[in-house]
Design a protein around this ligand. Sequence first.
Ligand SMILES: Cc1cc2nc3c(=O)[nH]c(=O)nc-3n(C[C@H](O)[C@H](O)[C@H](O)COP(=O)(O)OP(=O)(O)OC[C@H]3O[C@@H](n4cnc5c(N)ncnc54)[C@H](O)[C@@H]3O)c2cc1C
Length: 512
Amino acid sequence: MPATHEDLHPGSEAALSLVAPAPWSRPSAPGALPIRERAELAIERYALRARQARVGARVLSHVVRGLVEPLIHTNRDFGNLRDKGEQTSRRVADADEARALLTAAYASGTPVNVGAGLHSSNGHTLSRGGLRLLLDGATWGAPRMLPGDLVEVPAPMRWGDLEAFLRRHGRASPVLTDHLHTTVGGTLSVGGGIGTRSLVGGRQLDQIERAHFILPNGETRSASATENVDLFRYGLGSQGVLGIVDRVVMRTAPRRPFVAQFRVQWRTLSEAARAADRFVRACDDPSFAFLDIVGPILDSSVVELTLGFEFATRREAHALLRAPPAALAPLAPRIFTRRVVKDLANANHARSAPYIAMLTAPRDPHVFLWNDFFFPSYRTYARFLRHFETQAAPRVGNRYLMAALGLAYATFPERPTFPIAGLVREPGQRPFSIGFNYAVPHGDPEGQAAIRRLLDELQRVAVDMGGRLYRYGYSDADAAELRRIYGDDYDRLLALRAEVDPRGLFNPDVLR
Ligand SMILES: Cc1cc2nc3c(=O)[nH]c(=O)nc-3n(C[C@H](O)[C@H](O)[C@H](O)COP(=O)(O)OP(=O)(O)OC[C@H]3O[C@@H](n4cnc5c(N)ncnc54)[C@H](O)[C@@H]3O)c2cc1C
C-alpha cells in the first residue's frame, strides 16, 4: 500500500529548517542528541529533499498537463504485472442489473470476473475470455445514515465520495486509505482498508456491521456476525470469490479534521518501529490517533516516524503543538516538523495520485511490485524488519522502493475474525504492518525479477514468523502455499465456494 508521498513535491516540506529542539526539550532531556548527530541527520534529510525535489519537478510537469490520476490499463492490472488480452467488459449500473447478469451467466456457464476501482494487482479483476463486470459506483445508489451513527454504503462507491458524504453529517470514516479512488467493496474484498488512523480504527474491514451479497448464481444474502456468519467472515477478505458485495453497513467516527503532527527522523526502519512501539505504550493522550513510518526511499537512509493528534478545531491542534504530551519528550531532539494538517487523507491523496500517475504514464510505464506484510505483535514485526534490513534489502537496495509504509493497529478484538484477510491478532498484542511499494521501469526485466525474488522471499519469511500478506498486491501463491498460510481456513473457504459456485465460474482466477 503506497505511503504518503508528500515530500516528493516541491514546497511540501514546510519545515526545511535545521533540526530545532522542541520547546519542551532541554540538553539534559532523555534521549538528547549531540549537536553533531543532529547536524548529520539534517544533512541526510536535506540530501533526500534535494532528490525528492527533482522527482517533484517531474510530477509537477504532469500536474500542469492535467495528468493527476493514475492510468488504469484495459487488459492489464493496476500493477502492470499480468496481461490477459482483450477484455469483454460490461459496466453494471446497479444491484438489479448485477443480479440479472449473474443469473444469466450462471445458467449459461459463463465465467465472470468482477472489478470496481481496478486498483488491485495480479490480474484479479481481468477475465480470460469470460465476462468482466465493472461495478459502477456513480449509479449504484446513494449512501444513507442509519441510527447509531452507522452508514449504509453502496459497495462500488469510492472512499473519497463516502468521505464527502460523511463530512456533511459531521462524521468520518474511522480509517482512510492514502488513495481515495479505490472502492469500499474492492477494499473490503481484499481484506483491508489500512491507513495512518489504523492505530485507533484498525482496518475499514473492522468497522463493518453487515454486508449484503449477490451470490454467483444471482441470489442475494445478508450477512453479519449473527446471520450467515461464514459468508460474512469469508466473503470479506477473500478477493470476492463468494459473490458481489452489494452494500455494507459500517460504523463512523466523529469528524475531527485537524491533525497536529510531529515527524521524527530515524536511520532505519527497526529504530523507527522501536520508537513507535515505545511511544504507543507511553502515550495515553486521547487525541493520539495517527501513526506511520515512511522510508527509506531514493537511496537515502531517512526513515520518518509521524505521530498525529486529532482535533475538531485548528485552535486545539495548535494548542497541542505548543504544549505536547510528556511522552514526546524523549523524541524531541529528533523531531524535525511540527505542524497542523487539515483532512490528512485528502491531502495525502492529492499528493500521491499525481506521483503514481507519472509512474503509469505511457511514455515511461512502471511495474508495481507492492505488498504489505502484517504481524500480530511488535516482537514478530521487529524480527521481520531485521531480516529485511540486514539480509533482503542490501541485495536490491532502495533505488526502486517508491515507498515503505509502516503502520500500527488498534488493539480492540476483532468482532468477528476475517480468516482470509491479512491481519492476525494475538491476545494482548498490538499488530503492526509494513508495506513495500517497488516501482520498476517496465523496460527493466532484471530489476523486476530481482524485486519479485525479494518479495517471494519476504512472503516466505513473514509466513514462517506468523505474519500474513495483504491480498491486493503482488503475491504468487499456489494452493499448497495458500494452505500453508491459512491452514484449515483455506479449506473452509474452498468448501463455501463450492457451495455457492460449484462450477468455479465466479472470479475464477483468484485464490484457487
Ligand atoms: C495507488 C493505490 C493506493 C492504495 N492505498 C491503499 C491504502 O492506503 N490502504 C489500503 O488498505 N489499501 C490501499 N491500496 C490497495 C487497495 O485497497 C486495493 O487495491 C483494493 O482492491 C482497491 O479497491 P478497488 O475498488 O480498486 O478494487 P478492484 O481492484 O476493482 O477489486 C479488487 C478485488 O475485489 C473484487 N471486488 C471488487 N469489488 C467487489 C465487490 N463489490 N464485491 C465483490 N468483490 C469485489 C475484485 O474481483 C478483485 O478481486 C492501494 C492501491 C493502490 C493502487
